[in-house]
Write a protein that binds this ligand. Structure first.
Ligand code: HXC
Ligand code: NAP
Length: 286
């Protein structure tokens, strides 16, 4: 549960984290600062970003630039890139982390509700990727994209269908650009986290009575949630030059959750040792 990389592993790098004012974005950004990076955090609520920036600067001694930006709006992203370059000189990495999500039977969604999630998650991520990628290519600079998806990006999932569609799109973009933009020294990778408690996710995905009906812990073979530092370690590695040869990868960090759900007989963990004894006895009598 402690930091994994060597001191100064990200020294001199400037990294933009979308949605960096809260939750997992904040935790990953904090570790980037501890490793010597300059941090730019961008999302809609400037008051949240400013508070986080102050806290993180105090906690780490690093430099944080908070910038209001709705990632659905391309011109606001261009503004983030301009301001980040004016303050820190150049940008080295973009962590596409911002998202919106909620649970609902799909037939209850309005088309606007579908749009709202797709626009934040998929359009917001491709907007940022396009703006930052063009900027790096025009300036002949290398760069690293790291995109936060989820494990249902490839399995799909009911009740979060707009999010599943959007995350699947991000995964396809990650792999596509890993190939296409490698010639510009731009790497693209993704992380697929399982459940890591955050206020933003928990209040929307496990609200009130729902949390009593589904216990996400039961789905995880390791029987615990992820620790933010565990995710931050992986993100820092994929942002750092230590992963210079990793390109187009999606790394799952979910305690084995999605495979546990997929494996035909994994439910047999419900069979007690006594039942196995009885089964063995029946077998040996044959
Ligand atoms: C059904 C809903 C809804 C809900 C909103 N809508 N919430 N429909 N169920 N729970 C509908 C509204 O009725 C409206 O449609 C449309 O969506 C837009 O709603 P607004 O409230 O106007 O949108 P807005 O204020 O912009 O809010 C966006 C948001 C919100 C996505 C709905 O939750 C948000 O800002 N989220 C950002 C942070 C976040 O979601 N974090 C969690 C990420 S967790 P109509 O037709 O009525 O106008 C995550 C984890 C994945 O991704 C994996 C975990 C294991
Ligand atoms: P969170 O704290 O709610 O983070 C979401 C962030 O996105 C917020 O900071 C929000 O800031 C920002 N955002 C939303 N709409 C935006 C927009 N239009 N423009 C710019 N920023 C916007 O939730 P989290 O749990 O940390 O999630 C972070 C990432 O991890 C997401 O990609 C999520 O899908 C992924 N993930 C989380 C889990 C988990 O268990 N927590 C599991 C798998 C994947 P503003 O409101 O200020 O805009």
């Amino acid at each position: 549960m402690t930091g994994m990389l060597k001191e100064d592993s990200l020294k001199g790098k400037t990294i933009i984290v979308t949605g960096g004012g809260t939750g997992l974005g904040r935790s990953m950004g904090k570790y980037f600062l501890e490793l010597g990076a300059n941090l730019v955090i961008a999302s809609r609520k400037i008051e949240v970003l400013e508070k986080t920036a102050q806290e993180l600067e105090k906690e780490t001694g690093g430099k944080v630039l908070p910038i209001a930006c709705d990632i659905r709006k391309y011109n606001e992203i261009e503004n983030v890139i301009d301001k980040a370059e004016n303050k820190f000189g150049k940008i080295d990495g973009v962590l596409n982390n911002a998202a919106g999500n909620f649970i609902s039977p799909t037939e209850r969604l309005s088309n606007r509700a579908f749009d709202i999630v797709i626009d934040i998650v998929l359009k917001g991520t491709y907007n940022f990727t396009l703006a930052a990628g063009k900027n790096w290519i025009n300036k002949k600079q290398s760069g690293t994209f790291l995109n936060i998806v989820t494990t249902y990006a490839w399995t799909g999932s009911g009740y979060v269908v707009p999010s599943a569609c959007a995350k699947a799109g991000i995964l396809a973009m990650t792999r596509s650009l890993a190939s296409e933009w490698a010639k510009y020294n731009i790497r693209s990778n993704a992380i697929a986290p399982g459940p890591f408690p955050t206020d933003g996710a928990w209040k929307r995905l496990f609200p009130g009575e729902v949390a009593k009906k589904i216990d996400p812990l039961q789905r995880i073979p390791l029987k615990r949630f992820g620790e933010h530092q565990e995710l931050a370690n992986l993100a820092a590695y994929l942002m750092s030059d230590y992963s210079a040869y990793v390109n187009g990868e999606v790394v799952t960090i979910d305690g084995g959750e999605w495979l546990h759900g997929a494996g035909e007989f994994n439910g047999l963990e419900a069979v007690t040792p006594e039942m196995w004894d009885a089964l063995e006895e029946m077998r040996s009598k044959k």
